[in-house]
Design a protein around this ligand. Structure first.
Ligand SMILES: Cc1ncc(CN)c(N)n1
Length: 226
């Protein structure tokens, strides 16, 4: 833990170390890195992730609504644009390569794990402030960058044409995604410096809940749960 009450993002991770590790090093991720994940598990995950990304975009719209300064409004606007113009477009193209059409994506039933996670993030943003919302989003924004880096460190990871999931790993190891992850860390670090121990404890609850909901999301993919 940091000195006094000058907290940082790493303190959230340290307090939730077991959950964070269970998320970053989940079996779904390990099998994806090894190239052994059953393709129907991955397809189920991809479909639900489309729905996740729609709500993720809504969370950035909520961040705009919760903004108090022009800088915060610009940050939310950039985040929303990146998801709508870039990430969702890439996701739809990528799903097509996996045999999932846009029409199928639009008609998908939402799995319970998707509903639980996305609505938790939105509710946290509604009842809290911008920092609550960003802490609820941190496992998503920062976690996937760490996941790509963890995959790349594993000796059993297969890269290139022999791994059908190589493009997925490439997306999250990309400079663009890693820069977004670093920017989010910097933003959260700057806000955490000023919080009291009692406020930090509230944020730990949000961070832990969101991390556990990410774990449930992987498990939903692995078990093809609806
Ligand atoms: C469930 C989930 N969490 C995080 C990410 C990374 N944006 C994602 N695409 N899907």
């Amino acid at each position: 833990m940091s000195n006094g009450s000058r907290y940082r993002f790493d303190d959230l991770k340290a307090v939730c170390a077991n959950d964070w590790q269970a998320y970053i090093q989940h079996d779904f991720v390990a099998q994806l890195g090894d190239g052994t994940l059953p393709s129907d598990c991955f397809q189920h995950y991809l479909k639900q992730d489309y729905l996740f990304l729609i709500h993720f975009a809504r969370a950035y719209a909520l961040a705009a609504y919760k903004s108090r300064t022009l800088a915060e409004l610009r940050q939310a606007h950039e985040g929303l644009k990146a998801i709508v113009d870039l990430e969702l477009g890439l996701h739809v193209d990528y799903c097509r390569k996996w045999g999932i059409s846009e029409a199928e994506l639009e008609a998908l039933p939402e799995a319970r794990a998707t509903m639980a996670y996305t609505r938790y993030v939105l509710d946290t943003g509604h009842r809290g402030d911008l920092l609550d919302l960003h802490v609820a989003l941190a496992p998503c924004v920062i976690g996937y960058g760490e996941i790509a880096n963890w995959i790349n460190r594993r000796p059993t990871t297969v890269r290139g044409g022999d791994n059908p999931f190589d493009a997925w790993i490439a997306m999250y190891e990309s400079d663009e995604f890693q820069a977004a992850m670093a920017a989010e860390r910097t933003w959260v670090d700057a806000r955490l410096v000023d919080v009291t121990p009692a406020r930090f404890d509230e944020l730990v609850t949000v961070f832990r809940d969101a991390t556990r909901l990410e774990i449930d999301f992987w498990q939903m993919g692995l078990e093809r749960r609806s």
